[in-house]
Design a protein around this ligand. Sequence first.
Ligand SMILES: [Zn+2]
Length: 197
Amino acid sequence: MLEPFSLEQLVQEFASLPGIGKKTARRLAYHLLQKPKQDIERFADRLKEVSIKVRPCSKCYLYTDTEICSVCCERVGAKSICVVEKPSDVLPFERSGIYQGLYFVLGGVLSPLDGVGPEKLHLTKLVKRVQEENIEELILALGSSPEAESTMLLIDRLMSDLPVKCTRLARGIPMGSDLEFVDEITMLKAFEGRNML
Ligand SMILES: [Zn+2]
């Protein structure tokens, strides 16, 4: 394809995004180029801004542009923590409005084949937070893949000496990676039907 190198590189960037094939990537890049120069620059500025300002919350690893995220600030004193694999997994909880507690992003699930052992997850920090904030319930929302199952069992074991109960969402929720796309009704049911691990 006879394309300027910089344009080809932009296409590559778009193509690296989930759900975007090479064809769509090219369409997006060409579409962007048809916009006024200031629009393209604003788009670039937004990207730069998030890469500089947005970082993980020092308490729960949700995205924030302050030291501590708004959930940790506004819900201080809450006695439950919902444990998720990645930041976007909290979206169905917030959309459904059923949950008013804290969150904690684990940073993945155990996956020995991919080299993800317990040391790669934020487990130490989770235990510390449960202790320090006298958390009473851990809602493990990690999906139902075998990897998620073994991660939940490990967390349950780590908490066995603490006065906290571990619950999990009712079955029927798709695999972990799809949690962010769960609709409100499914989430409401799964949350209300949650049971002890
Ligand atoms: Zn936070």
